[in-house]
Write a protein that binds this ligand. Sequence first.
Ligand code: F6P
Length: 345
Amino acid sequence: MKIGILTSGGDTPGMNAVIWGVFKRASQLGHELYGIRDGWKGLMENDILKLDYDMVKDILPIGGTILGSSRTNPFKREDGVEKIKKTIETNGFDAVIAIGGDDTLGVARKLYDLGLPFVGVPKTIDNDLDATDYTFGFNTAVTIATEALDRLTTTAKSHHRTIVVEIMGRHAGWITLYAGIAGGAHAILIPELPMPMEKVAEIIKKRYESGERWALVAVSEGFEFVEENPDDNEIEKDEFGHVRLEKRGVAQRVAEYLNKKAGIETRHVVLGHVQRGGSPTAYDRVLSVRFGILATELVNNREFGYFPSLQGTKIIKRPLKDAVDHLKVVDEDHIKIAKIIMGIE
Ligand code: F6P
């Protein structure tokens, strides 16, 4: 079989490990693998390269994606679907493996519904796909954010300051919550638990009143203050309609409030894309390779319209429609932990 493979959406540590796993299994099963550059863009523009052993032999531990990525939505481009059909036909692809988050898997599902042979692989550092227990990249992002919190602890303590750390997570606060717990943050602000700015100040003030003169606030880029109603129309969006959250400057706003209104000396840090860069953790590498192997076996069995999903300790196949049905936001059990840490439960 001739198999195409693409990586789309925000790059995620572990994407290369998936490609490595796919290559390994595909070669054993006698299939050829073709890389598609820059996600859906490359599939529309017939930007293809044949992958050989030398190209993939060392990529397992390397971050990013050797294929490149983009946030291109073919359903928003003129003749996008027609162009994709033509590329698949011209190259004689028997299947295409699309590695991506809910947007990418949503596109793969629509193309599959139109009769095209797609298999998905779920990825996102945000861990907000409901159809798998964990996505690869999440563990790496949490590890990086936790290390940042550890480092900021010593400087916050030395200067008797509060430091507000902005952590990625578009719709869900998983990275902020996990890193916030692991890194010992005193306030954990996530989209699933909106609160007024005064409440945040109260939590930090209470800590200072207890005798401690420093604090760490972990805030998710998607966190909302209850009294605010930002006008999304004025904020830049990508082709999938997502607001560019880093432009909202949520950490800066918390820090300004604490400085000016609460009289607490505060600095802020935006971790940004540092959380997506560099090598995946061992956990993410293993998950990625396992996903890659099952995706290849699905292709080998001509079981299109599915993706590999982690359920407990097993990797099972699930239909692509499950990947786009629900977002996995932080649940009540985890919200309770955040509240206990903040002393508001
Ligand atoms: O979806 C993954 C993610 O890293 C989000 O956490 C973040 O909001 C977004 O991507 C950033 O997107 P971009 O890399 O396009 O700025």
